[in-house]
Ligand binder design. Structure first.
Ligand SMILES: NC(=O)c1ccc[n+]([C@@H]2O[C@H](COP(=O)([O-])OP(=O)(O)OC[C@H]3O[C@@H](n4cnc5c(N)ncnc54)[C@H](O)[C@@H]3O)[C@@H](O)[C@H]2O)c1
Length: 267
């Protein structure tokens, strides 16, 4: 049986190492027959090359600042020379300076606020805009970006990153509305906690992960493959009429308000 992404061309932005969400998504997309290109920051060049040693035809594109129009233009110029268009784009990028996690949220500096917003939210707009001409060559496209519940509700320790995720969610909806007539879909996955490089910088992350696994309706953690499988759905023809959506891949954690038995189990 052909894979769900057979013949499709995808760009995954934000490849880091084998623990990253981007790599989990890549494995699911490769399994389903997609041909992939990746962006990575320079510091991950060696690890990215190592990961892709077994992926035939994969293209690696350096991108250190995904909100920078010049760098994004160079990525799509190089991609256009390799791929005859693009069917999907995955945004798996986030960053906030360490001080924003260490300090009170109320003490976030304007400079750090801009860095978090540019890297984690505006980058979705910049990368989607850059992809438009390549999507048009294929009659449309699908964009999937990674978000977190801390953009919907207050999550201890997440601070300015929560504000960036709220902005990212909103950018997703505006892009979905504007690009829908060109058959370009834009959706987000709200993922449960995963132990990655970025997650390590969030104070209290292991506690969040423990409580989430113990109290979520399904009483278990997610892994990066779950993000991959949901991405496959949204980028395949199965998801053709889904856009502007936030799909929670979190074992159901987000539906809870207060649940007494869960509180008991979390002790
Ligand atoms: N790990 C989790 O628990 C979790 C939960 C929900 C959502 N997410 C989201 O998943 C996505 C991937 O994160 P991850 O957990 O795999 O961590 P990660 O550190 O492995 O990946 C983050 C990636 O963003 C890239 N990046 C950061 N700033 C950049 C910039 N300015 N320009 C270009 N690239 C930049 C890094 O190089 C890295 O490849 C992020 O959007 C993150 O918020 C993660």
């Amino acid at each position: 049986m052909p894979g769900l992404l057979e013949g499709k061309l995808g760009l995954i932005a934000g490849l880091s190492n084998k623990y990253g969400v981007a790599w989990g998504i890549a494995q699911a997309c490769l399994r389903e027959g997609a041909r992939l290109a990746f962006t990575h920051q320079s510091r991950y060049a060696d690890q990215a090359a190592e990961l892709l040693a077994g992926a035939p035809g994969a293209v690696l594109l350096p991108l250190d600042e995904a909100s920078d129009a010049g760098q994004v233009a160079r990525v799509y110029e190089r991609l256009g020379a390799e791929f005859d268009g693009l069917d999907f784009l995955v945004h798996s990028i986030a960053y906030a300076p360490p001080a924003t996690f260490a300090n009170r949220f109320a003490d976030t500096s304007l400079e750090d606020f801009h860095v978090a917003m540019d890297s984690s939210a505006y980058s979705l707009l910049a990368l989607t805009r850059g992809a438009e001409p390549l999507f048009r060559k294929r009659g449309g496209g699908s964009v999937v970006a990674m978000t977190y519940y801390g953009g919907e509700k207050v999550v201890l320790g997440y601070k300015v990153m929560g504000v960036a995720k709220a902005t990212l969610d909103s950018i997703g909806r505006y892009l979905a509305a504007e690009l829908g007539p060109d058959n370009i879909r834009v959706n987000l996955l709200s993922l449960g906690p995963l132990r990655t490089m970025s997650a390590r910088g969030i104070p209290g992350f292991m506690g969040m992960k423990k409580v989430s696994a113990q109290t979520a309706p399904l009483r278990r953690d997610i892994d990066a493959e779950d993000a991959g499988n949901a991405t496959v759905f949204l980028c395949s023809d199965l998801g053709r009429n889904v856009t502007g959506e936030i799909l929670h891949v979190d074992s159901g954690y987000n539906v809870l308000g207060f649940w007494e038995s869960a509180l008991g189990e979390a002790k």
